[in-house]
Design a protein around this ligand. Structure first.
Ligand code: COA
Length: 574
C-alpha cells in the first residue's frame, strides 16, 4: 500500500512502524505534523491510500481524514481516550493494558476500531513500557488494521469509553512530607521520560526522573538529601528514601542529579555493593553477576546516554570483569536502550561543549578499545533495547552482537550534524561489510531493524523478543561450555589482532577518527552544535527531513507522481 506516516516526531515507535511497513513491501513516506496546511500538501503530493499516525499530539484536520482513511495508534485499550493514556494506567495500577488502532473522526480518540492488542503491565517507567510493550502491540495491530483495510473490511464501532484529560502539574507534584515512597515511585514511573514529577530539591522547584527505591534505612527529614552515589542523590521520604538519578531545573535541560546540582558533591558518598549485583533495591548503574563460566555486566545508563564519567566507570568495571575467571562476558544495557553514544545533554550543559564532546568521545573510545584488544574472554553485546549512533558501533567492538527481535537501530551519525563518528567504526565495519557496505551503512540515515543489521552482516544474531534475557543466558552458556572452542577462538582473535596491528595500528584508526571529530567539534561548520542544541531542547520541527519525506524529494516533485520504478529508484538514492 501507499502509506503516509503522519507523526509529531519520528520517535522510536514511528521508526519501528516505518521499518516494519517498508519490510512488508509498503511504500512509506513520512510527514511531520507541523500544520494542517502542510499535512494537506503532503497528502496531495504523496496521494496515500492510507495515513498511519503512530504518534500525534494534535487532531488530524478534517479535510484530511475525510479524504483518506487515517489510522490513529492510541496507547490504550478500546474505549480508553485521552492524551496521557499510559500515565493514567500506571497510576491506577492496571494489571493489563493495550493499544488500539482507530480511525480518525471529529471527536478525539472516538473513531471506529480497526484492531487492538492487549499486554500485561510490569512495574516500569512509562517510556520503557512505550518502547517495549506498546511498540510490540502497535506493530501487530497496525499490520492487522492495514490487512483489514486492504480486504475492504469495515471497522468496529468504538465502545462509549472514558475520556481522561491530561494530568496536571499539581497531580504530578510530590509533597515530601506526606507522599509515601510507594506513591512517589508510582508517580515517577507514570511521568518518566516526560514530564517528570514536580518536587522541590535543594531549595529549587525541579522535575525529577530516574527514581529508584533504596532498601537500607536512612533517617532524615523528608525532602532532605542524605548522600550521593555516582551522580545520583539519595533523598529522604516520610517512610524511607529514594534515589534521584536525573533532574531538570526550571528552564534547564534534563541532567544527572549531581551535574544539575554540583554543590551536592559536598554530601557524603554512600558506598554501594561494588560491581556485584545488589540483592536489595538501591542505586546501581553498573551491576555484575556470574553463572558458571559466564559473566554478565549490565550497565543501565538512563536513556542510553553515556557521559564521560559513566564511560570511565564502565571501563573500570570492564577491567574488573576481564579479570574474573570466566570464558564469556556478556555486556547488557538497559531494557529501553543499549546505548545511544555520547551524552548530548551533559555536553550541552557544559561550559565548553566542544571540549566536553572531545572528552566524552575519548572516554567512549577507551571502552571500545578495551573490548577490541581483549582476548581473555569472548565478549558479547546483548541488545535488549534500541541503540543509536556511537552505541551501535560500541556494540560492534564486542566479538558477538546479539539483538532482540524488534530492536530499532540508527547505525549512523548523520542526524547529529553529520558527525564523522568514532568508536573505531573505520576499523570494525570494513571487516564485516567491506568498503562499499560500510559506505552504504554510514550514508543511510534511516533506522533499521535488528534483523536487517544481521542480514547485512553488521550484527550476528537475532534472538526472540519474548524471553530475550533467558535466550542470551542460554546461548552464552552454550558458548562457554566448549572450553576448547573458546580457547581456539581467543587465540585466533589475538593472532588476527596482531596481524591487523602490523598493517595499521589501532592507534592510527583512533587518531584519524578523532581528528575528524575535532573538526566537527572545533571546526568552522557548527552543524553538530546546532543539531545538538535542537535535539536537547526539543525544538519543534519546522519541516520534515527529505530523507523521510519521499514525496518532497526534488525529482519527485518536479516529475509529479512517478511510476513505481521511478519511485523505487528515488528511494534507492535515499
Ligand atoms: N545523549 C543524551 N540524551 C539522549 C541521547 C544521547 N546520546 N540519546 C537519546 N537521549 C535522550 C533524549 O534526549 C530523550 O530525552 P527525554 O527523556 O528528556 O525525552 C530520551 O533520550 C529519549 O530520546 P527520544 O529521541 O525521545 O527517543 P526515541 O526512542 O524516539 O529516539 C534515538 C531514540 C536514539 C533515535 C534518538 O534519541 C537519537 O537520535 N539520539 C541521539 C543519538 C546520537 O546522535 N548520539 C550522539 C552521537 S554518538
Amino acid at each position: 500500500m501507499r502509506i503516509l506516516l503522519l507523526v509529531h516526531a519520528f520517535n522510536s515507535l514511528s521508526q519501528r512502524i516505518h521499518a516494519e511497513l517498508r519490510r512488508d513491501g509498503h511504500e512509506v513516506s513520512v510527514e511531520f505534523d507541523i500544520s494542517d496546511a502542510v499535512t494537506e500538501e503532503a497528502v496531495a503530493l504523496w496521494q496515500p491510500e492510507v495515513i498511519v499516525a503512530p504518534f500525534l499530539k494534535r487532531k488530524v484536520p478534517e479535510t484530511v481524514w475525510r479524504q483518506v482513511p487515517t489510522l490513529i495508534v492510541h496507547p490504550g485499550p478500546p474505549g480508553d481516550r485521552g492524551p496521557n493514556a499510559l500515565d493514567h494506567a500506571i497510576l491506577r495500577g492496571e494489571p493489563t493494558w493495550g493499544v488500539t488502532v482507530l480511525q480518525a473522526v471529529a471527536e478525539y480518540d472516538a473513531g471506529p476500531i480497526w484492531a487492538y492488542r492487549t499486554f500485561a503491565m510490569r512495574p516500569a517507567r512509562k517510556a520503557d513500557l512505550y518502547r517495549r510493550e506498546v511498540t510490540e502491540a502497535a506493530v501487530d495491530a497496525v499490520r492487522e488494521a492495514l490487512a483489514r483495510l486492504a480486504r475492504g473490511e469495515v471497522p468496529e464501532p468504538a465502545p462509549r469509553g472514558v475520556f481522561r484529560p491530561a494530568l496536571t502539574a499539581a497531580q504530578r507534584t510530590i509533597d515530601w512530607a506526606s507522599t509515601t515512597t510507594e506513591a512517589i515511585l508510582r508517580l515517577a514511573n507514570a511521568s518518566d521520560g516526560a514530564p517528570g514529577v514536580v518536587a522541590p530539591l535543594l531549595g529549587k522547584r525541579c522535575r525529577l526522573f530516574d527514581l529508584h527505591p533504596e532498601a537500607e534505612a536512612h533517617r532524615a527529614e523528608p525532602g532532605m538529601v542524605i548522600g550521593r552515589r555516582d551522580e545520583a542523590l539519595l533523598v529522604a521520604t516520610r517512610d524511607g528514601a529514594v534515589w534521584v538519578g536525573q533532574v531538570r531545573q526550571e528552564g534547564g535541560v534534563k541532567l544527572p542529579a549531581l551535574v544539575a546540582f554540583p554543590e551536592a558533591a559536598a554530601y557524603p558518598e554512600i558506598p554501594g555493593n561494588g560491581y556485584w549485583e545488589a540483592s536489595q533495591p538501591t542505586w546501581q548503574e553498573i551491576a555484575y553477576r556470574e553463572t558458571g563460566a559466564v559473566g554478565f555486566l549490565t550497565f543501565r545508563f538512563y536513556n542510553g546516554a553515556m557521559s564521560t564519567p559513566q564511560c570511565q566507570r564502565l571501563l573500570a568495571a570492564l577491567r574488573w570483569a576481564f579479570a574474573r575467571p570466566t570464558r564469556v562476558l556478556v555486556l547488557a544495557g538497559g531494557t529501553g536502550f543499549w546505548s545511544n553514544g555520547i551524552h548530548l545533554h551533559v555536553i550541552e550543559a557544559a561550559e565548553r561543549p566542544a571540549d566536553a564532546s572531545m572528552a566524552n568521545i575519548e572516554a567512549i573510545d577507551d571502552v571500545a578499545e578495551a573490548l577490541i584488544r581483549h582476548s581473555g574472554q569472548i565478549t558479547v553485546a546483548a541488545l535488549e533495547g534500541n541503540a543509536a549512533a556511537g552505541g551501535c558501533f560500541l556494540a560492534r567492538a564486542c566479538d558477538f552482537v546479539w539483538v532482540r527481535q524488534g530492536v530499532v537501530l540508527n547505525p549512523h551519525y548523520k542526524n547529529m550534524g553529520n558527525l564523522y563518528g568514532s568508536e573505531f567504526w573505520t576499523y570494525l565495519l570494513p571487516k564485516r561489510l567491506g568498503d562499499a557496505g560500510t559506505a552504504q551503512l554510514m550514508a543511510h540515515r534511516l533506522p533499521i531493524l535488528g534483523e536487517e543489521a544481521v542480514a547485512l552482516g553488521f550484527y550476528d544474531a537475532v534472538l526472540p523478543s519474548d524471553g530475550f534475557a533467558a535466550s542470551v543466558r542460554q546461548e552464552a552458556q552454550r558458548l562457554a561450555d566448549d572450553a576448547a572452542a573458546v580457547t581456539a577462538f581467543l587465540a585466533r582473535k589475538a593472532a588476527l589482532r596482531a596481524a591487523d596491528e602490523a598493517v595499521r595500528p589501532l592507534a592510527e584508526y583512533r587518531r584519524h577518527e578523532l581528528e575528524a571529530m575535532a573538526n566537527n567539534f572545533y571546526g568552522f561548520d557548527p552543524a553538530y552544535h546546532v543539531a545538538r542544541y535542537h535535539f536537547v531542547h526539543r525544538t519543534p520541527h519546522s519541516w520534515t527531513p527529505l530523507h523521510l519525506a519521499r514525496h518532497r524529494q526534488v525529482g519527485y516533485r518536479r516529475e509529479g507522481a512517478p511510476n513505481r520504478a521511478q519511485r523505487q529508484s528515488l528511494f534507492m538514492e535515499v
